[in-house]
Design a protein around this ligand. Structure first.
Ligand SMILES: *Cc1c(COP(=O)(O)O)cnc(C)c1O
Length: 420
């Protein structure tokens, strides 16, 4: 169980909304910092432990800078994410580049920044070699196929487009070694939003055993293991948060059993978690435009899938709180919708909530990761602002809302004199 609370009262939210019109995402800086510190404490036995925050989860420079100040690195998978990270001040091995179907210019940018490149496919060795040249340290993403089960969000490993297969591992590492690569990493990511502690211990076991196999078969010493992201968060009140210290203890035991006897110690272990880092500390704040009574009862918000796609895309649960009505009984059942002409533009279906009226504020929880960033402009809907609730309780705008001119800025209208 976890308590789904919002860090702001109705009065405080109304005051914020009077300055920054709804909808907006607001992130809780204090909670993000405290959570980051707890993450590092849990894995302090690992020399060189790091989490490379998956930029795609919350690509906002202010948030990235907070994480940089807390000692985190970044995980990028596109040119824009690399450039964003560079502009925030990340460099060298603080940046991991885990991409797929990668164009040469992205390998060139990653190489220029000194990022740790994580190849998704054996065929990408040649693309990297021809575009930027092979670096001293190179990593591969491993896909265990049928050896592991995935989950709903990411699918089964053998159906996933990512990573090299078990049969390709030996050839992949031999090939890069023969081409002069000197240092080697190993990465995997097999689950997403996973809440089972043991799943990650098993992933560590799989990677530790594979590192041993690579050493024995190819004479290649893996020096860095990247556990990927995918640690889940308790979106539902009845979910339990993951226990990082339990995962850490399980990994430490396996490290002693598998890595140390093979003289692979010290092995650097890193993660690429996004959701765990910012997910629970972001909130989408909207206002109710209409309450409609049709075959069902609908609460229509001033936000839409453009602001938060997960419920419509995956049927994901996001908890909803009506500020000021936290203690009222959830005596009504509503579909909470946006305004897109798409019937899956619903934040919640058949959700028990207190009686809602037009003008109420509605807070959607856990939008700090894969929230704003998944937004799109379908139906000409504009993406909202992002706000930061600072350590000292003040509020700062860290991204303005899109304007209709932003939306039109890439279009050429008939007869327009200006070139685009
Ligand atoms: C999306 C992604 C992550 C982050 O996933 P979370 O669920 O946010 O932890 C990490 N690594 C890779 C390669 C990804 O694609």
């Amino acid at each position: 169980m976890n308590e789904k609370r919002i860090p702001l009262s109705k009065t405080e939210l109304e005051a914020i909304a009077s300055e920054y019109p709804t909808p907006f995402h607001i992130y809780d800086e204090k909670a993000i910092r405290e959570n980051a510190r707890a993450f590092y404490r849990a894995f302090s036995w690992i020399s060189g432990f790091n989490n490379h925050f998956a930029v795609k989860a919350c690509p906002n420079p202010t948030i990235l800078n907070i994480l940089r100040e807390e000692g985190m690195g970044v995980d990028c998978s596109s040119l824009a994410e690399l450039v964003l990270s560079e502009r925030v001040g990340f460099k060298g091995d603080q940046i991991v580049f885990t991409s797929n179907d990668t164009p040469p210019e992205e390998f060139i940018a990653a190489t220029r920044l000194g990022a740790v490149i994580n190849l998704d496919d054996i065929g990408h060795i040649e693309t990297l070699e021809k575009s930027a040249g092979l670096p001293e340290l190179l990593s591969f993403r491993y896909n265990p196929g049928e050896a592991r089960t995935g989950n709903v969000l990411i699918g089964q490993p053998q159906e996933a487009k990512y990573g090299i297969t078990t049969d390709q591992v030996g050839e992949a590492y031999r090939r890069i070694r023969d081409k002069g690569v000197k240092r080697f990493g190993l990465h995997t990511m097999v689950a997403s939003n996973e809440l089972e502690n043991s799943y990650f211990v098993e992933t560590a076991r799989m990677l530790f055993e594979l590192a041993v196999k690579i050493k024995r078969d190819c004479g290649v010493d893996i020096e860095m293991i990247n556990m990927g992201g995918g640690i889940g968060i308790p979106y539902r009140p009845e979910d339990s948060a993951i226990d990082l210290s339990e995962i850490s203890r399980g990994m430490q035991k396996l490290y002693g059993q598998i890595i140390v006897p093979e003289s692979l110690d010290p092995l650097k272990i890193v993660f690429e978690c996004g959701r765990l880092v910012t997910g629970p500390y972001g909130y989408l704040v909207s206002r109710v435009r209409h309450v409609a009574h049709k075959y069902k009862d609908y609460v229509g918000l001033d936000s839409s899938m453009a602001n938060l796609m997960r419920p419509g895309l995956y049927g994901a649960y996001h908890h909803i709180t009506v500020p000021g009505k936290e203690n009222m009984p959830p005596g009504r059942t509503y579909d909470v919708t946006g305004s897109l002409c798409e019937n899956n533009d619903k934040f919640a279906i058949d959700r028990p909530l207190p009686e809602i009226e037009a003008g109420d504020l509605v807070v959607i929880h856990d939008t700090g990761a894969h929230g704003y960033s998944m937004g799109f402009n379908y139906n000409g809907k504009l993406r909202s602002a992002e706000l930061l609730l600072r350590d000292d309780g003040s509020v700062q705008k860290i991204r303005r809302a899109e304007t209709i001119d932003d939306y039109f800025s890439t279009m050429r209208f008939p007869g327009a004199p200006v070139s685009i």
